[in-house]
Design a protein around this ligand. Structure first.
Ligand SMILES: Nc1nc2c(ncn2[C@@H]2O[C@H](COP(=O)(O)OP(=O)(O)OP(=O)(O)O)[C@@H](O)[C@H]2O)c(=O)[nH]1
Length: 576
């Protein structure tokens, strides 16, 4: 590297000579003038220093810009096992909100509602609850790529403890990147046992605050309202730590949480605004559908002209039903709305016509996809017949992971794989392994449709072996040869450009990319690739049986009349 003079380096770094000289002074570098040359190491050190300073400045600016954006209310979803009290909790929250307002007004189901929390300890704010409990609805929203909830409240009945769907709910919430808060419900019942809830959670690897961990577990009663205020305050504190912010001045972006057709009003869509402000008269696109917002109603049934981040409204104005879970975004006008949705429709049609390449279909595909990406984590759902086998397999799996590849058990539970497991695996790009339990036909079908690898095992060793292969990434795809067709050499033309075999395709077809075997009296005399495949003067991609064509090969010219060219291709054998 040629030595660099100070003024040259200053120019390169986009600074004045004086600025650079000051830095050199601070570094204790000696020089005569700005024309002095610098040692290579000194120049490199200066560049590094400036680079670091600039990065730090940028980070500071980005942080300042972020801090300038106002806080937004957390969006919370309520999940848990059947009958543990999800709906009761939502009802209580909804009622308490109305009571507070003393309006007793009509509530409107808009997909989410707000609860204002006033507190003695100074924690005050608003919490937005998604109106539909349960993780299936939640995950099917998320499956379309939208993140809806910041926090998941996992309701566990204190007279029952952690149950299968509690585990599922935890898995779904974790996979969605939501913060978890636990509500030990039905604490009013004499048989309620908070300690059992704690212990059950410990068994799931979740350590409650009461046991020295960091999992918030709040005893509540959705019936009497006991503890609900504490739960709300804990939600706010958790949200504060998350530092949730959204810019009300940005272009409106959010998620469709529900949509339906009303006989009179037409298409009604519930939108959760996540950023920006949505106004009546705005144009929005959601997937392949667009709408002009004609009217907005909030959860209190009030008409709104505009609504900001972390609010849900029901809107009128879509001409077709946008699917729940689709993100929506503001667009400037109808022209943009139409063009964007039309483009999306065409793209989908094109990708539906093309072979599916993006979705993994079996474990080998998943692995290959993993190798290509940064992901060094295998997302796995494990389903077994008994608690004993579950624990045994979990222990072995923990040993199988290594520094490079981690096995992330999205869910490990007793019972057959369910449709909700398929949804979870599909969103998390994971696989489902079951041991000793067979998935229902509908579940298998769904896995196939969604491209989720689903494998059942009856021998532990085989399951472990499969996981090992996944971890080592050693499962090489297996190929087999598939003969496409044959062509017979009828004439040989020696041209200046090469030797062309004039052929007649006698069976199947010959394709441009095929592997070719030259057979002479049934003996293979050469094997390789096609150089050119022509019909008359035109290059073609394939020639079918009964047609003539000209073939030149890559590195073979010694054709004889009567030779047979056999075309084949390698196809991957799907391993289950
Ligand atoms: N004693 C008591 N009963 C409760 C409490 N919360 C819910 N229940 C009762 O438990 C039963 C189930 O409550 P739901 O709110 O329907 O439970 P869920 O989790 O929404 O149930 P699914 O929607 O079926 O999944 C109902 O009979 C409720 O009245 C509570 O805090 N205390």
């Amino acid at each position: 590297m040629a030595k660099v003079r100070i003024y040259q380096l200053a120019k390169e770094l986009g600074m004045t000579n004086e600025e650079l000289l000051e830095i050199l002074d601070n570094m204790g570098v000696e020089y005569k003038s700005h024309a002095s040359t610098l040692e290579d190491e000194t120049a490199a050190a200066v560049k590094e220093l400036i680079g670091e300073q600039r990065l730090a400045e940028e980070a500071k600016k980005a942080e300042e810009a972020r801090k300038a954006i106002p806080h937004r209310a957390p969006v919370v979803v309520i999940m848990g096992h059947v009958d543990h009290g999800k709906t009761s909790l939502l009802d209580y929250l909804r009622k308490s909100r109305i009571a507070e307002k003393e309006a007793g007004g009509i509530t409107q189901h808009v997909g989410a509602f707000e609860v204002k929390v006033a507190s003695s300890s100074g924690t005050a704010g608003t919490v937005v609850f998604i109106d539909t409990p349960g993780h299936e609805a939640f995950t099917s929203i998320r499956e379309r790529g939208a993140k809806v909830a910041d926090i998941a409240v996992i309701v566990i009945a204190a007279d029952d403890g952690v149950m299968p769907q509690t585990r599922e709910a935890i898995a779904h919430a974790k996979a969605a990147g939501a913060k978890l808060i636990f509500a030990a419900n039905k604490i009013d019942l004499p048989q309620a046992n908070l300690d059992k809830v704690y212990q059950d959670l410990m068994r799931e690897g979740i350590v409650p605050v009461a046991y020295g961990g960091d999992a918030e577990v709040l005893p509540i009663s959705a019936k009497t309202g006991q503890g609900v205020q504490d739960l709300l305050e804990t939600i706010l504190i958790t949200a504060e730590l998350e530092d949730l912010r959204a810019d009300p001045n940005a272009e409106a972006v959010g998620v469709v949480i529900e949509s339906r057709v009303d006989k009179q009003a037409g298409v009604l869509a519930s939108l959760l605004v996540q950023q920006g402000t949505l106004r009546v008269g705005d144009y929005v696109v959601a997937g392949e559908h667009w709408g002009k917002i004609r009217a907005m109603t909030d959860s209190e049934g009030a008409r709104r002209n505009q609504t900001g981040p972390s609010t849900a409204v029901q809107v009128l104005g879509f001409s077709e039903l946008p699917s729940a879970g689709t993100t929506f975004e503001w667009v400037p006008d109808q022209v943009a709305a139409k063009e964007i949705t039309e483009e999306r429709r065409l793209e989908r049609e094109a990708s539906a016509a093309a072979p599916e390449v993006n979705r993994p279909r079996n474990i080998a595909d998943l692995l290959r996809q993993m190798q290509g990406s940064e992901q060094k984590e295998i997302n796995l759902i494990l389903r077994t017949d008994t608690q004993g086998s579950l624990e045994a397999i979990q222990q072995i799996l923990a040993r199988e992971q290594n520094e490079e590849v981690r096995i992330n058990l999205l869910l490990a539970a007793v019972g057959a794989p369910s449709e909700s497991d398929v949804l979870l695996a599909s969103t998390a790009n994971g696989a489902i392994f079951s041991f000793g339990v067979a998935p229902a036909g509908s579940v298998k079908k769904m896995a196939e449709q969604k491209g989720v690898p689903l494998q059942s095992f009856r021998i532990i060793y085989e399951l472990i072996d499969e996981v090992r292969k996944m971890v080592r990434g050693q499962r090489e795809p297996v190929y087999k040869e598939e003969v496409l067709g044959q062509a017979e050499v009828r004439a040989v033309f020696k041209l200046s450009s090469g030797v062309v075999a004039g052929c007649m395709v006698t069976s199947g077809k010959i394709t441009r990319g095929a592997d070719i075997r030259v057979l002479r009296k049934k003996q293979e005399v050469w094997k390789g690739k096609i150089h050119a495949l022509k019909r008359f003067k035109d290059d073609v991609r394939e020639v079918a049986q009964g047609f003539e064509c000209g073939i030149t090969l890559e590195g073979f010219t010694d054709f004889q009349e009567g030779d047979v060219l056999e075309a084949s291709q390698q196809v991957e054998v799907v391993q289950d």
